[in-house]
Ligand binder design. Structure first.
Ligand SMILES: Cc1ncc(COP(=O)(O)O)c(C=O)c1O
Length: 361
């Protein structure tokens, strides 16, 4: 929808300038295979479903009451699973909201915050929204982060690990190098995909007073529809996030989300089994796509980033779409010949491989 300049005169000057984030599409096509937004192909734990039902049957009357503004039960469940104190946990409405509060709480506007040139495309959006200067640091020619590039003046640092959309991960020794080089700045590690094989920096939190680790229930816990993300850091940093949150929305997590996410964190066996399945399917898909001539970057995520030397990526995306398979494509410098493909079930991945083999390549 477009609006006239006369209608837009009511918009604040800042909002007129905004370039909002464009999420991956959620189309309603029959027999669609949706491999475009890195959702988990498996349902959440059956205990999550029971917990949501229990809210309706046992606490229906409580829905007229606000939820716990601190979501204490959820923070306790996360603290237990992550082996930290409750005071080291912050929760928000998806990690996107947690990241927004992180930008507000920690990043110094007058010095550029640093992040890779190819990374989660919400960071430039938040930078504009919070009027933060930025400096994008190019990935090397193998699409890797070179941590020595993060030893320069900055107003804060944010790194996705494993990075998105490249899927490549950093080791903890490299993250420690960034933390040590920036003792007076907050370093944020966005671990949206860490549970699919990378090392979590949560184990560094008690040693580094400048580290914030952000995670989500959307990917490895199959709860993208619930909207629960969280951050782990030392208590003095969590307090800043609470101050921002309580200046914006006191009740970001509703009663259903609290109950369901608690049940998810309590069912560690289910979580580990689902992550292991996705990892196994990823390795098989990488092998199958390599046989078809794709170059696939080394992935520690629930998606892969692949390019085919003989086929134009935009065209492949279009051809797959015509066959009811949707993958993500970024029409941006350096990565416009890549497809980002979410790992599905083995059956779904097989459909992708068969379609490519018999209909497209
Ligand atoms: C790197 C990264 N961080 C954060 C998010 C946000 O996740 P959510 O808001 O669902 O927790 C995403 C979602 O795709 C992501 O790719």
């Amino acid at each position: 929808m477009t609006f006239t300049a006369e209608q837009m005169r009511f918009w604040s000057p800042e909002v007129r300038e905004l370039e909002p984030y464009v999420p991956g599409e959620q189309p309603k096509i029959q027999n669609l295979l949706k491999l475009n937004t890195n959702e988990n192909p498996y349902p959440p734990s059956p205990k999550v479903v029971e917990a949501v039902q229990a809210v309706l049957t046992e606490q229906a009357d409580a829905l007229r009451l606000y939820p716990d503004p601190d979501a204490t039960a959820l923070k306790q469940a996360i603290a237990k699973q992550q082996h930290v104190d409750v005071a080291q946990v912050f929760v928000g409405n998806g990690s996107d909201e947690v990241l927004a509060h992180i930008f507000k709480a920690f990043f110094i506007q007058k010095q550029p915050i640093l992040y890779p040139d190819i990374t989660y495309s919400f960071y430039p959006v938040y930078s504009q929204f919070f009027a933060t200067q930025t400096k994008q640091i190019p990935l090397n020619e193998k699409f890797e982060i070179d941590v020595s590039d993060y030893e320069q003046e900055n107003g804060g640092i944010i790194i996705t690990n494993p990075n998105a959309p490249t899927s490549i991960s950093l080791g903890l020794d490299e993250i420690e190098q960034v933390l040590k080089a920036n003792p007076d700045r907050v370093v944020v590690i966005d671990e949206a995909y860490v549970d699919f094989g990378a090392e979590s920096a949560v184990q560094l939190v008690n040693r580094y007073e400048n580290l914030v680790v952000c995670q989500t229930t959307s990917k490895s816990r199959s709860l993208a529809g619930l909207r629960v993300g969280f951050a782990i850091a030392q208590a003095h940093l969590i307090a800043a996030l609470e101050a921002v949150k309580n200046s914006f929305n006191s009740y970001p997590i509703d009663r259903f989300a609290i109950a369901a996410a608690v049940a998810s964190f309590e069912d560690q066996a289910y979580f580990e089994a689902q992550c292991a399945k996705v990892i196994e399917s990823r390795e098989k898909l990488v092998t199958d796509l390599t046989i078809l001539g794709f170059d696939v970057l080394p992935s520690k995520a629930n998606f892969i980033f692949a390019t085919h030397p003989q086929h134009d990526a935009a065209q492949l995306v279009q051809q797959l779409r015509e066959q009811g398979i949707i993958v993500r494509y970024f029409n941006k410098p350096r990565i416009n010949q890549f497809l980002r493909i979410t790992i599905g079930t083995d059956e779904q991945n097989q459909r992708l491989v068969d379609t490519l083999k018999t209909q497209i390549l």
